[in-house]
Structure formats: structure tokens, C-alpha cells
Design a protein around this ligand. Structure first.
Ligand code: FAD
Length: 350
């Protein structure tokens, strides 16, 4: 195994794939390490908004048919204030948003990135040693391995061990929330061509959501870390049963993940020295939990910053990335301010 690369990207989600793509296009030797075997499950509604779609098509090509689920296109977000009143927020672009399975979509992206990919390989720790970064990984096939590189991209998603090591104070100070999602067989009267969000705070601390993927009814809710999601989920399930004819069949999957409030407070963390963070690892997540667009965008921007710094004297990639990502940070923060106005309460802020 070659153990020295120009860049190692940790995480094979959209941010990691985008960073890898931008770097390999510049001829750099890139390794992506991913803790899970690919294709891997990712908790997500799998809606590819207009910005995500444009970035995907421009850098990776058309989304293959096998990534889609039924209904293939989602018209927009339908936000319910109560059982009677809703507002439609159609997705931009002519066609609505592709409805994909993340396992297949993410695999498509990483396969097109041009990078060498090592799945089943967990980053356990790393150390910066002068101009070199040494990664300590646990590989399912080979056991403990050491990988060396000049630049490191942390694309590990919300639970970033790289961010935790570089900025433990931020880790302690930010607020965490839990997203919980069920996949059931069954029926419901809610229009499957829309993604539904329920803003009533009794159903979820941020909001509660519902969508359809192939034969599955997918619904979930979110609570602050440390609080019990059970009562919210029970209230929400009964609410859907009573008002929208939800009939639950077989439970196919239940799943959850943590998130931070870095996106809503503007406390993005972009990295240190030759270590850059992208996507959710850096705190990028747009209002109501849309994150693929900023994952793709920041992955590409970090790659651009590293490409500009490679071989140049006195150019710091972090400085370039900080400058390049200004707009992305501003837009993320603005999106949560808009979400607060729509919801009529402060989301993720206390
Ligand atoms: C319930 C829910 C619904 C959502 N719906 C949507 C939606 O419809 N549309 C949308 O745009 N966004 C949605 N999002 C947000 C979106 O899923 C994320 O913002 C997006 O996946 C972030 O991409 P990423 O590349 O930063 O991280 P991820 O996609 O989380 O990828 C990170 C990868 O890093 C790997 N990894 C982590 N640690 C290590 C390690 N130490 N070593 C090696 N590998 C590691 C992980 O296994 C993972 O594969 C949703 C989120 C949730 C929770």
C-alpha cells in the first residue's frame, strides 16, 4: 500500500467527494478514507435541491437512475403551521428536486471523484509533524496503519474527530441536537410529491418531517441532546394518525444522528494550518437541515484553496479557504434567520 499522498480526505460523503474531485482534477494524489464499507447508509431525506443538482451535474455528471427513489421528483417543501394551514415552498429550477437514496448518490459521487478510496478505514488520530501530517487509521482488512500527507481535509460530517481534536472548546460549548427518523411500510394521506414539515413545537424542537421514498413512509423529529425524543415521536405519530390517516405497517428501519448548532450561530470552524474542514464537519448545514449543497460547495472551495497553495511559498490554504467560503457562511447563517422567522421561534439557538 502506498502510504504517502498529497492530500487525505476523511469521509466519503458529498463534501469529501467534492474535495477529492477538485483536488484530483489538479493532478494531486488523493486518498479518501471512509470508516464504513461503501455504499453506506446515511440518515437523510435525500432531496437534491437546485444548487446541489447544479454542482452535481457540473462536477460529477447526471445522477444515474439507480440513485433515485419514487416519487422521482419532489415538488417542494410544504410547511404546516397547523392541520389546516400550510405554505408551499416549491424547489427552484423547472424540475423540482431529485429524490435519491443517499447510499447510491454518495457512492456515485465518490466513484466519480478520481481519488483512491479506502472504505472500512477509521481515522483514529493524527499528528502534525512539521510539513507532514501523520494519520493513524484502523483498517478493517489490514489493522492499524499509518498514512502520511501534506494536507488533510476533514469531511467526517457532524461528529468530526478532527474538529474535536483541533478545537475542543468549540466542541464543549456548542449545542447538540438529535435527529430521529423512522422508515415504515404503510399509508398516509399526505401528498407524496411534497416534503412535509410541521412547525408546531410540540412535535419537534426544530421541526418534524415526513416524506415518501419508494414503498416507505419516512418521518422523524428532532430534540436537544439529553432530552427524550420518545414523547415527541409519540405525539407526532398520533398527530399523523389522527389528522392525516397514517396507518403503520412493518417498521423497516429506525435511525438517528447528532447535529450541532454551529450553522445557526455562525461558529463555523474551517481548520488549522494545512488541515481544512468541509461540509457538516465545519458546521455547514442550511435551514431545516438541508446540507448537501454546502457540503459540495465547501468541498470544492477547500480543494481550490489547497490547489492554490500547493507549490507556492507563503500561501496558507486556510487563509484562501476562509476568504473563498465567506459567501457560503453568510448564506448558511441567513438561511437560519429566515427559518426562525418562518417558524416564529428561535431554532437551534437555546
Ligand atoms: C434527518 C436528516 C435529513 C436530511 N435531509 C437532507 C436533504 O433532504 N437534503 C440535503 O441536502 N441535506 C439533508 N440532510 C443533511 C445532509 O445529510 C448532510 O448535511 C450531508 O450529508 C453532509 O455531508 P458531509 O459530506 O459533510 O457529511 P456526511 O454525509 O455525514 O459524510 C461524512 C462521512 O464521514 C465518515 N466518517 C466520519 N468519521 C470518520 C472517521 N473518523 N474516519 C473515517 N470516516 C469517517 C462517515 O462515515 C460519513 O460517511 C439531512 C440530515 C438529516 C439528519
Amino acid at each position: 500500500m502506498k502510504i504517502k499522498y498529497d492530500v487525505v480526505v476523511v469521509g466519503a460523503g458529498p463534501s469529501g467527494a467534492a474535495a477529492a474531485k477538485g483536488l484530483t482534477q489538479n493532478g494531486l494524489g488523493v486518498l479518501v478514507v471512509e470508516r464504513k464499507r461503501l455504499p453506506r447508509y446515511k440518515i437523510c431525506s435525500g432531496l437534491i435541491n437546485e444548487k446541489s443538482l447544479k454542482l452535481t451535474q457540473k462536477h460529477f455528471g447526471q445522477i444515474p437512475e439507480e440513485c433515485y427513489c419514487r416519487p422521482k421528483i419532489i415538488k417542494g417543501v410544504r410547511l404546516w403551521e397547523n392541520t389546516e394551514k400550510h405554505t408551499n415552498w416549491p424547489f427552484g429550477g423547472k424540475e423540482g428536486a431529485p429524490n435519491v437514496w443517499r447510499a447510491q448518490y454518495d457512492k456515485f459521487l465518490i466513484d466519480r471523484s478520481g481519488a483512491e478510496v479506502r472504505d472500512g478505514c477509521l481515522l483514529k488520530d493524527f499528528k502534525v509533524n512539521g510539513k507532514e501530517i501523520i494519520l493513524y487509521c484502523q483498517d478493517e482488512r489490514e489493522g492499524d496503519i499509518e498514512i502520511r500527507c501534506k494536507y488533510l481535509v476533514g469531511a467526517e460530517g457532524c461528529l468530526s474527530s478532527i474538529r474535536a481534536k483541533l478545537n475542543p472548546q468549540l466542541e464543549r460549548e456548542c449545542l447538540w441536537f438529535l435527529a430521529y427518523q423512522n422508515y415504515y411500510e404503510g399509508e398516509c394521506n399526505l401528498d407524496p410529491e411534497w416534503y412535509h414539515g410541521f412547525l408546531d413545537a410540540s412535535l419537534g424542537e426544530i421541526y418534524a418531517w415526513f416524506n415518501v421514498k419508494d414503498d416507505f413512509i419516512v418521518f422523524g423529529t428532532s430534540v436537544k441532546r439529553g432530552e427524550k425524543f420518545g414523547p415527541y415521536l409519540k405525539t407526532y405519530t398520533e398527530f399523523l394518525q389522527e389528522h392525516f390517516g397514517l396507518k403503520l405497517g412493518r417498521l423497516v428501519r429506525k435511525t438517528s444522528c447528532l447535529g450541532t448548532n454551529l450553522c445557526a450561530t455562525g461558529n463555523f470552524y474551517l481548520g488549522s494550518g494545512n488541515v481544512l474542514l468541509v461540509g457538516e464537519a465545519a458546521g455547514f448545514l442550511n435551514m431545516f437541515g438541508e446540507g448537501i449543497s454546502s457540503a459540495l460547495a465547501t468541498g470544492l472551495l477547500a480543494a481550490q484553496a489547497i490547489n492554490e497553495a500547493v507549490g507556492a511559498e507563503n500561501i496558507q490554504p486556510l487563509q484562501i479557504y476562509t476568504e473563498l467560503s465567506k459567501r457560503e457562511r453568510r448564506e448558511t447563517l441567513a438561511s437560519w434567520k429566515l427559518a426562525n422567522r418562518i417558524a416564529g421561534r428561535k431554532l437551534l439557538l437555546d
